[in-house]
Design a protein around this ligand. Structure first.
Ligand code: ZN
Length: 338
């Protein structure tokens, strides 16, 4: 377990682009210098979707995004963010999916404390959890993430995802939205102490992503599980390592937390029961698609004859299940014989 002295942390990047974002005056200068003339007003727009801090323990809250795909209508509010108020500043878990949502969360935090946001921990670098980072950085917060995300930043995948989000979520995501690098990478269990509150950062990937981090508050018995846990909607599997994901869920359940706050959906005060849905869905994908891959059955046939009845009532099933199944099929093909 690594214990780091938080006061000694430094911003590891200070390039010009960073400074553009840190101070609005620089931003204007940089936009002009780049010759860009953004028509949108995402930096100025205020997110108007309902956003309420839900209390899960003393000083511990989260906001819950809608169970939907991100759209201009829901303003991209489709994921959760956690808030831990301490006497040494506020810790935020995940940055939400747009800068406007992040600014709105900062406003909501100001209703319950005079402390400012000190640290943002990113549970994983997926679009719906990270595009708010620049707003937290502007507000002076430091950003912490796991080194597993290093390859993503600056990658074609990240660039193409941002490009697509600019279309899908305009004007909430626009030319000024960026993928922000953390100030601090961690590569092992870490403990940070904010005021009198101890926060444990636990790498739990590669599972949903290579960089999954769970944020544990031992005194409150609360775990922010990121997208290891989906509730109230079909999980998004993407390129996940579902075998490790299932193992991580089993460990999470075995640790017996009082409350688990997922990356999507409501908090759980009965984690053993509530986390089982994500785990059982992943197991079903692996069993059915694994069998098909082993028998060299074409994907379409395997998909058509698989019994999905236990899961098809879950929101977003139609939108994501086929892709989840296909990705799992490819994964199981790759793992066959290994
Ligand atoms: Zn997510």
């Amino acid at each position: 377990m690594r214990i780091f002295n938080y006061s000694s942390l430094r911003r590891v990047t200070s390039n010009a682009r960073r400074r553009c974002v840190a101070w609005p005056a620089w931003l204007a200068a940089c936009v002009l210098a780049a010759g860009a003339a953004p028509a949108a007003a995402a930096d100025d727009e205020r997110a108007t979707v309902p956003m309420v801090l839900q209390r899960v323990a003393d000083g511990v809250y989260f906001v819950q995004g809608e169970s939907a795909m991100g759209s201009a209508l829901n303003q991209g509010f489709v994921s959760n963010a956690g808030v831990v108020v301490t006497d040494g500043g506020v810790l935020v878990v995940d940055a939400l999916g747009t800068p406007a949502l992040a600014r709105r969360l900062i406003e909501e935090i100001a209703k319950v404390t005079t402390q400012s946001v000190h640290t943002v921990v990113v549970t994983h670098y997926h679009a719906d959890h990270i595009y708010g980072l620049q707003a937290f950085q502007e507000a002076g917060a430091r950003i912490v993430a796991h080194v597993g995300a290093r390859h993503y930043i600056g990658s074609d995948t990240a660039r193409l995802r941002l490009q697509a989000s600019r279309d899908e979520l305009f004007p909430w995501i626009d030319e000024r939205t960026r993928v922000v690098e953390p100030d601090l990478w961690i590569d092992a269990d870490a403990t940070l102490t904010l005021g009198s509150t101890v926060v444990q950062l636990r790498p739990v990937g590669p599972a949903h992503t290579p960089e999954d981090l769970a944020v544990v508050l031992p005194a409150a018995g609360v775990v922010f599980a990121g997208d290891l846990v989906f509730r109230g909607r079909t999980p998004f599997v993407g390129q996940a390592d579902s075998r490790r994901w299932i193992e991580s869920l089993d460990r999470l359940i075995a640790a017996g937390p009082r409350v688990v706050v997922p990356g999507h959906g409501p908090a759980s005060s009965d984690p053993a029961a509530d986390l089982a849905l994500t785990r059982d869905y992943l197991k079903h994908l692996r069993e059915t698609m694994g069998r098909a891959a082993a028998e060299l059955e074409p994907f379409e046939e395997a998909y058509a004859r698989t019994d999905w009845s236990r899961f098809e009532a879950m929101p977003l099933f139609k939108q994501v299940n086929r892709m989840n199944a296909y990705n799992t099929f490819l994964l199981m093909e790759g793992q066959a014989g290994k």
